[in-house]
Design a protein around this ligand. Sequence first.
Ligand code: ADP
Ligand code: GLC
Length: 494
Amino acid sequence: MKKSLNILFVASEAVPFAKTGGLADVSGVLPKALRELGHNVIVVMPRYYSIDKGKLEAVPDAMGVPMGPMGELWAAVYTTTLPGSDVPVYFIDYEAFFGRSGLYANENGFSYGDNENRFVFLSKAAFQLAKKLDFKPDIIHANDWHTASIPLLKKTRFAHDEHFADSATVLTIHNMQHQGFSFKGIVDVMEVDWRHFNPMELESMDGVNMLKGGIAHADAVTTVSKKYAREIQTAEFAFGLQDHIWAHRDKLFGILNGVDYEEWSPAIDPLIPAKFDSNKMAGKQKCKNALRKRFGLPEWDVPLIGFVGRFAEQKGIGLIAAAMEGLLHLDAQFVFLGAGEKWAEGFFSRVREHYPDKFAVYVGYDNALAHQIEAGSDLFLMPSLFEPCGLNQIYSLRYGTLPIVRATGGLDDTIENYDAEHGTGTGFKFEWATRDALYHTVAWAVDTWHNDKEGFAAMQKQAMSARYSWEEAAKGYETVYFWILANRLIKNYH
Ligand code: ADP
Ligand code: GLC
C-alpha cells in the first residue's frame, strides 16, 4: 500500500483566510500536520469577498462547474500556501456566490437563502480543480454539511471518472446541529439520480439533508472527539440523525482536535501584554491587571472568569443567563467576548451597565482580545449544551486558566475534574445542563481560588503541561485513511 497519500481537503473556512469558528482552526492547521507526516495535501475553499485577491496568485484559465439547471458556471481560481508551509490552498472565486459580506449569513445573522447552491458549487468545484491540476486524490476529505455532497458525488457523478478511480472519501462532522436542510431541487443541481432521494440517503421531511447524504456515502465518518462520536448515536445530541448515525457506526471514529501551540502559548504569544509559563507565572498577574484595566474593572482580590465564544445556544449562554443573578453575587469578576444571538448581546450588555465593577463584555469578534482573555483570566467558563470538541478550553489549559465545563463531548474528553483529596485535575465539571449545576460549579471554582490556593496552583501546573498536538490528531486521520484503503484491498479476497 502507498505510504504517501494525495489528500484533497475541502472546507468552507480556514485560518488565516476566513473564520467563524473552530472549523477554520482545524482546516488551517490539520493539512499542515498531515503534510508533516509526509502526505501531499491541497486545501480548497471559497474566495470570499473578505479575502484579498491581490495577495493571491491567479491560476490561469477559468474553470467550468456544471450546476444542473443553472447550467455551467465559470469560476476563477486563486492560490497561495498555508502560512509556514508548502501546503497549497486553492480559492474558488465566483462573485455571485461568494462576493458577500458574510460567510454563511448577512450582517443581521440571517442565513443566505442559497447556501445549498453555494456549497454544492464549492464541492463540485473541488472535483473540477483536482482534474485541472492533475491531482489524483487518494482521499477526498470533506468537512461538515457544506461539503457533505462530496461522498455522494464521488459515488455517482464521478463514479466512472478515471481520474477519481482510486479516491475514497472521509467526512468529518464538526457540528451535528447544522445539517444543510435544502429544497428538493438541489438533487438536480447536484446532478445525481433521484433514486438517491430516499430516507436512507438524502431525504428528510420532504427536503434534502446534505449531512445525511454525506454520512450515508462517505467511506469513513469522523467526529472531533470520542465522546461526541458516542453522543451523536443518541437523540439528545443528533438533532434527528441518531438512527442514521447508529446505522453507520461501523465507519464512525472520534479524533480529538489538536491545538496550534505556536499561536496559543503564553510563553511566546505576541498578543498578550506579558509573557509567562508554568515556572514563571508573574506575567499572568500582569495580564489579569491589564485586562481589568481595559474594561475598567477594579483590582479586587477576586478571580477573573473569562468567556470567549459564539453567543449561540450550543455554548450554554441560556444557562449562563439563567444563573446570572447568582453568579453576580459570587466573589468574582467576569469578562465576556462574543457575538451572535441578539438577545444575548443585549442581555450581557445590560448586565455590564448594571454591574460595571463585576461584569465586562465586548460584543464582537476580536482575536487579540480572545488571547488576552485566555491569558488574563483565572477561570474559563464553557458550559456548552453540546461541544463536538471545543478549542477554547484547550487553549485555556495552556494559559493556566482553569476551565469550568459541562461534561459533554470534547469538554469531557479534555478536562479532568478537580479532586481536592488527591490534588489532581485540570478544571471543574458538571453533568446536568441546569442553572443550579452551573451556579454551584462556578461557586466551587471561586471558592477553590479563594481558599485552596495550593490546590489551585497545582491544577494550573497540571493544566499547563497537558498537550493536545496536531501531530497526534493527524496520525489519527492517517490511521482512518489507511483503514479505508486496507478495507478496499481486503475486499478483493472476499
Ligand atoms: P466553535 O467552533 O463551536 O465556535 P471552538 O471552541 O471549536 O468552537 O472554536 C472557536 C474558535 O473561535 C476559537 O478559536 C475562539 O477563540 C474563536 N472565537 C469565537 N468567538 C470569538 C470572538 N468573539 N472573538 C474572537 N475569537 C472568537
Ligand atoms: C465545531 C464545534 C467545536 C469544534 C470545532 C472544530 O464548530 O462546535 O466544538 O471544536 O467545530 O472541530
